[in-house]
Design a protein around this ligand. Structure first.
Ligand SMILES: *Cc1c(COP(=O)(O)O)cnc(C)c1O
Length: 405
């Protein structure tokens, strides 16, 4: 049986069918219904003849029906990559040990010393750190422009610019990138466009359909969906991802087969989970906006959000993350969070359990207050990642905590 020869998925399939069947062979080892968990570090050869046949085929770039070593491939990971590629409408996908491994490997594969990249501002803090602090050590310069300002994005492009990097929806203000405008600018200037769309998942939005070159995910969040694994993905055309895969095979931020197994299991329920996350997000955002103890709410499904129009045109749903400011200072906000009974205080999102953080005390605690303000992190800001609990229970819980403010 050829474990590496995945069946293609029919164009006509919907998201739910694809999430369960895409990239899987109908017939699996031992007639099992589930993709096998191949928990192995390396692969064996029967004899030297087999080694030579494999090396000959491999060195000529021909497809082989076997694997050599765990860093270069694994059947469980390959099944997971095929499933994600199908969901994103991508030719190929690469699974990594974490979302950050996907981002750093992609950037390092696409950029070289002397290059310049432009990124949008409201983003995952570690991504900004990698670009502004780490890549700068290799003489790769980064310009940061406000998300939503396409004139500033284009003005920042220099003769040595090679790549545009953005996120959508962003963290923590859920800003939504106009993917069509972003990729049009990238194409006109012959730049590689990379978009981290962790907060959307392919169920809510598919950046490749709008012309983006490489889409990145932290699969730790919605794709895994159960707060029990770390993983990342890059997806796109084979041409865009070949250098990324080659570097990945060397850098070695390799996914664990067991995580790929858990991810395959998690992804099967992605469409029904996302349906609930979207519903909880919308209902809780509307409730918060109507409450007098809440100052402002950021959720792309609310007409008051700056990107409501773009989001409505581009997304199927707006996800389960809602950010808001409460009426009070740093410690009033902390007390509000401490009164919540259902969400755990924890810095992630996209899982079954609701999670809550006060960014000023969590991701930005080590940043001095003035600098934190300059980055747009308000003291009274709360980021709530809604899980799969009943919206009524979540709303009742928020209500009791707000009432005590
Ligand atoms: C969590 C996250 C990352 C980092 O992913 P890890 O899996 O934690 O390495 C990157 N981008 C976004 C938008 C995230 O939410």
């Amino acid at each position: 049986m050829d474990l590496l020869n995945r069946q293609p998925d029919p164009e006509s399939w919907g998201d739910s069918t694809r999430a369960i069947h895409a990239g899987s062979q109908r017939e699996k080892p031992y007639h099992a219904i589930i993709e096998p968990l191949v928990q192995t570090a390396t692969y064996t050869f029967r004899n030297s003849e087999e080694v030579i046949a494999y090396q000959d085929a491999h060195s000529r770039g021909l497809p082989t029906d076997r694997l050599e070593y765990g860093r270069y491939g694994n059947p469980t990971i390959a099944a997971c990559e095929a499933r994600l590629a199908a969901l994103e409408g991508a030719e190929t996908a690469i699974q990594f040990a974490s979302g950050m491994a996907a981002i750093t490997t992609t950037l390092l594969a696409c950029l070289r010393s002397g290059d310049h990249l432009v990124m949008t501002d409201d983003c995952y803090r570690r991504t900004r750190q990698i670009c502004l602090e780490f890549l700068a050590r290799f003489d790769i310069q980064t310009s940061v422009v406000p998300i939503g300002d396409y004139a500033a994005l284009e003005d920042a492009i220099r003769p040595n610019t090679r790549l545009l990097l953005s996120e959508t929806p962003t963290n923590p203000y859920l800003r939504v990138l106009d993917l069509e405008r972003f990729s049009e600018i990238a194409h006109r200037h012959r730049l590689i466009s990379v978009v981290d769309t962790t907060f959307a998942t392919p169920f809510n939005q598919r950046p490749l359909d709008w012309g983006v070159d490489i889409v990145i995910h932290s699969a730790t969040k919605y794709l895994g969906g159960h707060n029990d694994l770390l993983a990342g993905f890059a997806a796109g055309s084979a041409a865009a991802l070949t250098p990324v895969r080659e570097l990945h095979n060397i850098l070695g931020a390799t996914a664990d087969p067991h995580n790929a197994y858990l991810l395959l299991r998690g992804i099967k329920t992605l469409s029904i989970r996302l349906g609930r996350h979207n519903e909880n997000g919308q209902r809780v955002a509307e409730f918060l906006e109507s409450h007098p103890a809440v100052e402002q709410v950021w959720y792309p499904g609310l007409p008051s959000h700056p990107d409501y129009a773009v989001a409505s045109a581009q997304m199927k749903g707006f996800g389960g993350v809602v950010s808001f400011t409460v009426r009070g200072g740093l410690y009033d906000t902390a007390r509000f969070i401490d009164r919540l009974q259902i969400p755990y205080i924890s810095p992630s999102l996209g899982g079954t359990e609701s999670l809550v953080i006060q960014p000023a005390l969590m991701s930005y605690y080590d940043v001095p207050p003035e600098k934190r303000q300059a980055l747009g992190i308000r003291d009274n800001l709360v980021r709530l990642s809604l899980g799969l609990e009943d919206a009524d229970d979540l709303i009742a819980d928020l209500k009791q905590a707000l009432e005590a403010l």
